[in-house]
Design a protein around this ligand. Structure first.
Ligand SMILES: [Zn+2]
Length: 259
C-alpha cells in the first residue's frame, strides 16, 4: 500500500514537473496551462465587467499598453509558449496602489498605482515586468499544483483506488482557492530576477527597480500600497535588487544603444 502510494506520487511528480527557464528551479506543475489560463481569462473578464475600466483610448491605458508591448517579446523569448497567449492590458479605476498579471498574460494596473505613486516609465516598467515574470514563470499554476498535490496526497493516503471523481473535484477546488494565496518568497525573488532581466532587455533602466521600492515604502500608513501587502520585506528586497543591478546594466545599455 505504501509502495503504491509512493509510485502514484512519483508518477504525479514525473508528469507534472517543470524546470524554470531562467533560474533552473524545479517546479511542480500538475495543473495544465490551458486550464489555468482559461480560469484566469474568465476571472479577468468578470473583473472588467464589474470594475471601472479606463477606455483603451485614455492616455493612462495607452501608456500601460505601450510599456507592456515592449516587454512581451522578451517574455516570449524566455517562455515561447507565451506567444500564443491572449495578452491584454487594462487600467482599473481603483485608488489602491496595485498591479497584477494573471496566467495567460492578462495584465491590470490600478489608477492608484499611476496617480499616487507617480512612477516614471522605467519604474512602471519594473512593476509590469515583475508581474509578467510571475506569469511566464507559471507561479499561479505552481500554487494551484501544490494545493492539488496536497489534496491528492491526503486522499491517496486514505484510499487505494487512486483518483476517483470526488478526489479530482477536491483537487480542483484546492487549486481554485490557491489562486488567492500569496506567492512564496522563492517565487518573489524569482519574479524580481526575471522582471529585472525582462525590463533591461526591453531598454528600461534597472536602477528604477530600487527607486520604485523606495517610493512604495514612502507610501506608508493604513492606506499604503496594496502591492506591498503581497510583496513584503521590502528592505531585504531592495538590497537584493541593488546587488543585481551591476549584472543588468550592460544588458540595459546594449538594449538602449541598439535602438
Ligand atoms: Zn510579486
Amino acid at each position: 500500500m505504501s509502495r503504491l502510494f509512493g509510485l502514484l506520487l512519483l508518477s504525479v511528480w514525473l508528469v507534472g514537473c517543470a524546470t524554470h527557464p531562467v533560474t533552473g528551479r524545479s517546479q511542480l506543475m500538475i495543473m495544465p496551462e490551458g486550464q489555468a489560463n482559461q480560469m484566469a481569462y474568465q476571472a479577468y473578464a468578470q473583473m472588467a465587467d464589474k470594475g471601472d475600466v479606463l477606455p483603451a483610448s485614455d492616455s493612462a491605458s495607452r501608456r500601460v499598453a505601450a510599456i507592456t508591448q515592449r516587454i512581451i517579446p522578451h517574455a516570449v523569448r524566455i517562455y515561447p509558449e507565451a506567444s500564443r497567449w491572449a495578452w491584454e492590458t487594462r487600467v482599473f479605476r481603483d485608488d489602491s496602489i496595485n498591479a497584477f498579471a494573471m496566467a495567460g498574460g492578462k495584465i491590470g494596473v490600478n489608477t492608484g498605482m499611476l496617480d499616487r505613486l507617480r512612477p516614471t516609465d522605467d519604474e512602471l516598467a519594473q512593476v509590469i515586468a515583475h508581474e509578467v515574470a510571475h506569469a511566464i514563470s507559471g507561479h499561479t499554476r505552481e500554487k494551484m499544483s501544490i494545493a492539488m498535490s496536497q489534496e491528492l496526497g491526503l486522499s491517496m493516503a486514505t484510499a487505494v483506488g487512486g483518483l476517483d471523481a470526488r478526489t479530482a473535484d477536491m483537487a480542483r477546488q484546492a487549486a481554485t482557492v490557491a489562486v488567492a494565496l500569496p506567492y512564496s518568497r522563492r517565487m518573489e525573488s524569482e519574479a524580481d530576477e526575471v522582471g529585472l532581466l525582462l525590463a533591461a532587455r526591453a531598454g528600461f533602466d534597472p536602477r528604477a527597480a530600487v527607486s520604485l521600492w523606495q517610493k512604495m515604502q514612502q507610501q506608508g500608513g493604513s492606506a499604503g500600497p496594496e502591492w506591498l501587502s503581497t510583496h513584503p520585506d521590502s528592505g531585504r528586497r531592495i538590497e537584493e535588487l541593488q546587488r543585481a543591478i551591476p549584472r543588468m546594466m550592460p544588458i540595459y545599455q546594449q538594449a538602449v544603444g541598439g535602438r
